[in-house]
Design a protein around this ligand. Sequence first.
Ligand SMILES: C[S@@+](CC[C@H](N)C(=O)[O-])C[C@H]1O[C@@H](n2cnc3c(N)ncnc32)[C@H](O)[C@@H]1O
Length: 236
Amino acid sequence: MGRQFAAERRSDRYYRAAQREGLRSRAAFKLDHLADRYPILRPGDRVLEFGSAPGGWSLIARRYVGERGSVVAVDPRPMDPIPGVTHLRMRIESPALRERLKGERFRTVLSDMSPRISGAYATDHARSVDLVRAAGAWAVELLVPGGSFVAKVFDGDLLPLAETELAPHFVRWHRTKPPASREASSEMYVLGLGFRGRPAPAGPGDPVGPADPVRPSPPPPGTRYIDRTIDPDSLL
Ligand SMILES: C[S@@+](CC[C@H](N)C(=O)[O-])C[C@H]1O[C@@H](n2cnc3c(N)ncnc32)[C@H](O)[C@@H]1O
């Protein structure tokens, strides 16, 4: 680790707060901000999370869903165990994952996956969009009606491609950058709220019913979001 990087980290308030609160990563605050603002994690929810190591988001998700809820966390990297979180040490593309998730249903699908950074922005952006599309494909397959999807993406000109595929499956679609996301970073989050249901006929035992209310809650005082709401129908 470079000396300058180490010094920047020490002066980063989210990094220090994550250390103080035993949150494993400063990224935990990003999910906390998103969950505070949007109805993506409720008590009792079942959550599927991609790109979970070292477990900052898993800890936050677990706090929101509580004892009655559960989190399935997918990442090839190791993660110390968290009660109520099942870690599947696999890549999202792994054929074994399909077998493992067969018949499962979730109210929320999260992705904080980042590609291995090459330094060439066009490449990193394209890989990041591919990861959003992969997570989104799982969301469309496994979400219950009314469910939510959240994914990190490095902004760029290929993003509308993923949005054209995914946004029409949701009542509301947002692009947002929570306060804990560094301003200089090109990362942001896309959110789909109010999953409309799988296009294929539902299987026996699937929950059915109207979409949940999807109005975002007001931002907490003092937080700065850069936000844009996109009408999913405009992408059809
Ligand atoms: C920024 S870290 C996630 C941090 C985590 N949200 C937290 O709060 O601790 C990104 C993660 O994405 C994972 N990742 C990258 N490509 C992946 C893939 N194809 N399948 C699953 N996970 C992947 C990496 O292994 C890495 O752990």
